[in-house]
Design a binder for this molecule. Structure first.
Ligand code: ADP
Ligand code: MG
Ligand code: MG
Length: 256
């Protein structure tokens, strides 16, 4: 079992503090929804877990199975079993999604076992087809060049396929930055619902209050002003759906 532990995390961008002492623990087998209004630091949290260089950690720690990951490069974090969507946001000319997935998978296998020679191509192709069938994706999608003209929904589909292939222990899935994209949320939720199980822990980050129509998280957290201010079960998401974030703002007024 894997554990991602975030303790008293403080993060600044360009000298401005965005995360102000955030605490969160996610274990494999658990699905956590991280909710909160726009501008509250949700994407900052996901970029910081990913190791984006623009996000400066000024205090606190992030531990993966007890090991501090803050000094690690993004790919090192990923090889440990942490899955970070948005990891390869750029289009890579001439690299198909299938090629990319095979390279990423083999890097992860080698991290687990240095003797590993990589998955043989026929075995990889078979595995990829099985995953695509499971996720009800068109096989032709794997032949597309990575992120080249991908729509928001296709990017999410590629992320989910990457998650299915790499079989991470903890995955962090941020919503699209374009705001309320129900199609993207539906793709992510269906993927998570298909892949969830005792070996996979997931953080789904969203500002979409009706998330329960799509996914049944084990835990729901509300972020406000750079911290998690409320944690609970699915009833918390219901309450946000009914009443919005106003009561959270009122309760924590002055702090955010
Ligand atoms: P959320 O994902 O919850 O909408 P973000 O983490 O994207 O919130 O943003 C939190 C705050 O950080 C906002 O005030 C935003 O303007 C600011 N911010 C985000 N990215 C940057 C950046 N690259 N440079 C400066 N400020 C940023
Ligand atoms: Mg603090
Ligand atoms: Mg965001």
């Amino acid at each position: 079992m894997s554990v991602l532990e975030i303790r008293n995390l403080h993060v600044s961008i360009e000298g401005k503090e965005i995360l102000k002492g955030l605490d969160l623990t996610v274990k494999s087998g658990e699905v956590h929804a991280i909710m909160g209004p726009n501008g509250t630091g949700k994407s900052t949290l996901s970029y910081t877990i990913m190791g984006h260089p623009a996000y400066e950690v000024t205090d606190g720690e992030i531990l993966f199975n007890g090991q501090n990951i803050l000094e690690m490069e993004t790919d090192e974090r990923s090889r440990l079993g942490l899955f970070l969507a948005f990891q390869y946001p750029v289009a890579i000319p001439g690299v198909t999604l299938a090629n990319f997935l095979r390279t990423a998978l083999n890097a992860r296998r080698k991290a687990v076992n240095p003797e590993d020679k990589g998955m043989p191509i026929p075995e990889f192709r078979k595995m990829l087809k099985e995953k695509m069938d499971m996720l009800r994706m068109d096989h032709a999608f794997a032949g597309r060049y990575l992120n080249d003209g991908f729509s928001g929904g296709e990017k999410k589909r590629a992320e989910i396929l990457q998650m299915a292939t790499l079989k991470p222990e903890i995955a962090v899935l941020d919503e699209t930055d374009s705001g309320l994209d129900i199609d993207a949320l539906r793709i992510v939720s269906e993927g998570v619902n298909t892949l969830r199980g005792k070996d996979l822990g997931v953080m789904v980050i969203t500002h979409y209050q009706r998330i329960l129509n799509y996914i049944q998280p084990d835990f729901v957290h509300v972020m406000l002003g750079g911290r998690i201010v409320e944690s609970g079960g699915p009833e918390l998401a219901l309450s946000l759906e009914e009443h919005g974030y106003e009561w959270v703002r009122e309760k924590y007024e002055g702090e955010a």
